[in-house]
Every structure is written in C-alpha cells, then in structure tokens.
Write a protein of this length. Structure first.
Length: 167
C-alpha cells in the first residue's frame, strides 16, 4: 500500500480530533474531486513501519478520538488488504478509538466486506459535483451517507444502512 499523507489533529474527517491516513489509489475519479493527486495507486510513498508507528504515536494520545482512512480510496484493490490488516491491529491495540472510512463505493456493494467489522462509521458514495453542499457535515455531496456500520451490520436487513446519529 502507498499513501500521500498522515494528518494529525484533524477535525474535518470524522468526529473529534483524529489522525487521517490518505492512501493512494482510486478508481472512481470523481469530477471535481478535492484530492485527485491520490488517484494513482503507484503515487505517494510506500506505507512502511515508520508510517505505521507515526499513526500509533498519534493514537496513543488520549485526546485523539481515532483514525480516519481516506484518500484516494481505502477500498481500492491496491489498498484493501493492507487497510484491513492495519484496522485489525488498531482495533486490538486501541479498542476505545473509533475507525472511520471514506469510500466512493456504496454500502450496498461492500456491506459483505470482512474489514467492516473494524469500522465504526462509513462515509459512502462518490462525490457528485452537481450535489456538492459545503454545509453537510463530514461529506461533500448530498448523495453521500454517514453510516453507523456496526448498527447496520447488526440489523436483520443490512441492505438498508443505519445513518450515523450525529450527522
């Protein structure tokens, strides 16, 4: 997996203060994307032990609420396995920290992914320029949803996601 940046003390990409991992690789290529530099899965730099430790150092801080995976798209084929492994390790080491995931994929298409068992909140859907709304919390366009993943996985019909209550 490759990445472009690790943001510290981020307040825009999830609830509370967070660390954000911006991965490389996205096949959605949304019109007017705010981060097209992250589309190329061969862009950025290799995610190595130093980058992993930087994330863990941030998560050690009591005031950090958790981590957000963004990009690019963390569910791009070049990222999915490594993202899952990192989420699993984070969940084991920091069970009280939340994990947010941004993806251009829709809940209905990914709800069976095993890595979702580690995710607290999912922001799904491609950015749609015609639906852009800067007043929306945690998302860029009105089609995107902020989903409570664990509640959605527990309900009988998981095809209909439970929207995050703090939206």
């Amino acid at each position: 997996m490759r990445y472009h940046n690790i943001t510290r003390d981020d307040m825009l990409n999830g609830d509370g203060l967070r660390v954000v991992l911006w991965v490389a690789g996205c096949s959605h290529c949304c019109k007017d994307c705010h981060n097209p530099i992250t589309w190329d899965p061969d862009g950025g730099v290799l995610f190595d032990d130093k980058a992993r430790q930087e994330i863990f150092d941030q998560l050690e801080k009591s005031y950090i609420s958790g981590i957000t995976f963004s990009g690019g798209d963390p569910l791009h084929a070049a990222n999915r396995l490594n993202v899952r492994e990192l989420m699993e390790e984070i969940r084991e080491r920091y069970p009280d920290k939340t994990i947010w995931l941004y993806t251009g994929d829709k809940w209905e298409d990914i709800r069976h992914y095993s890595l979702l068992k580690y995710v607290d909140v999912l922001v799904d859907g491609e950015f749609v320029s015609d639906l852009k709304n800067t007043k929306l919390r945690w998302r860029g366009s009105a089609n995107q949803r902020v989903i409570d993943v664990q509640a959605s996985l527990r309900q009988e019909d998981s095809t209909v996601p439970v929207l995050h209550c703090k939206e």
